[in-house]
Design a protein around this ligand. Structure first.
Ligand SMILES: [Cu+2]
Length: 332
């Protein structure tokens, strides 16, 4: 909650001020985000208004009974004061508000759930403890798949269908500034849609508790103008360059059983695909920026940086670790 006053932060709780990457009350980047933002502000305003009315009525009731107790200190007889009228009024006033909220909610939910006629792109996203596997398929070449991790790149202005599933436990796909949440359930495919209006980076987060590192299971949605997206996709489709270095040999020996680098012998599928790792913004599902220093740290103290992560600490000497980090940096 950068740049928020405490009071505002408390009031908006999960909503967030501008600059809050997971705030769904500001900075919407899509039509669905707009709808959710309107309903969040609308319902919050109604809730605050209703609370104020109730506080005022309670205050008035206390004042009236205190005054009466002063006037008639000995009176202990219950009296007919027309209390039922308050119930009629209360129900009569709150029902229209509640019904209006239910209708608004129904309309908004339908609007964000409505599937556009045809997807411009289909992406499969699989949740893993504690990272995101992202696959693009080419409809013209069904066998051809581009796999990446923790960064979902989409073109702006194109409805993107996201097919969600999980490789282990239930996760939940949530990009607050772009749309609603959707569960990711093992053995089943749930469909959601993203359509970014504005280019930019939006933060995504797992929204279903999935174990120790759930809170650090984030990802980035990078929305690019269509020509930039086409360039990104062309670069992704290319296999990794093959610098036959010591770093690469070490990688094949120590890391290739879990990680794939397309075009090399490394074809593990247990961890994220690293073919174009150096082009991604973060390491370990949004945890660290993808800098040389952070790559060193990730390898030197994996289990301290992300305790419980399903990547073990691989023991390498300093020189070997530097060589592997250089190799990771070559995976553009
Ligand atoms: Cu989770």
């Amino acid at each position: 909650m950068r740049g928020c006053r405490l009071g505002v932060a408390g009031l908006l709780a999960l909503g967030g001020c501008s600059g809050a990457p997971l705030g769904y009350m500001t900075g919407s980047g899509s039509a669905s985000g707009d709808i959710l933002q309107q309903i969040a502000w609308g319902f919050s305003t109604i809730a605050v208004g209703v609370t104020l009315v109730i506080v005022i009525l309670i205050g008035a009731a206390i004042a009236v009974s205190v005054r009466r107790a002063r006037r008639e200190p000995d009176s202990s007889v219950a009296r007919e004061t027309g209390g039922l009228n308050f119930i009629y009024w209360g129900v009569g006033l709150s029902m229209p508000v509640l019904i209006a909220m239910a209708v608004w909610n129904f309309i908004a939910t339908r609007a964000v759930a409505k599937a556009p006629a045809a997807p411009g792109l289909i992406v499969e996203v699989t949740g893993h403890r504690w990272w995101w596997e992202i696959r693009y398929r080419d409809p013209g070449e069904p066998d051809y798949v581009v796999t990446t991790a923790n960064q979902l790149v989409i073109p702006t202005g194109v409805p993107v269908r996201i097919d969600l599933t999980s490789g282990d436990v239930i996760h939940d796909f949530w990009v607050p500034k772009l749309g609603p949440k959707m569960d990711m359930i093992p053995g089943r495919t749930n469909v959601t849609w993203l359509e970014a209006r504005d280019a930019g980076t939006y933060r995504g987060q797992c929204a279903e508790y999935c174990g120790l590192e759930h809170a650090r299971m984030a990802f980035a949605v990078t929305a690019l103008a269509p020509p930039a997206f086409a360039r990104w996709m062309a670069a992704e489709r290319a296999p990794a360059s093959l610098p036959d270095t010591r770093g690469q040999q070490l990688f094949m020996a120590s890391c290739g059983a879990c990680h794939t680098v397309r075009g090399t012998g490394a074809a593990g599928i247990y961890g994220p695909d690293l073919t174009h790792f150096a082009s991604r913004p973060t390491i370990a599902a949004g945890l660290l920026p993808n800098s040389v220093a952070a790559r060193e740290r990730w390898l030197a103290e994996t289990q301290t940086v992300k305790p419980g992560a399903l990547m073990p600490q691989v023991e390498l000497g300093d020189a070997d670790r530097h060589a592997v980090v250089r190799y990771l940096g070559s995976l553009r």
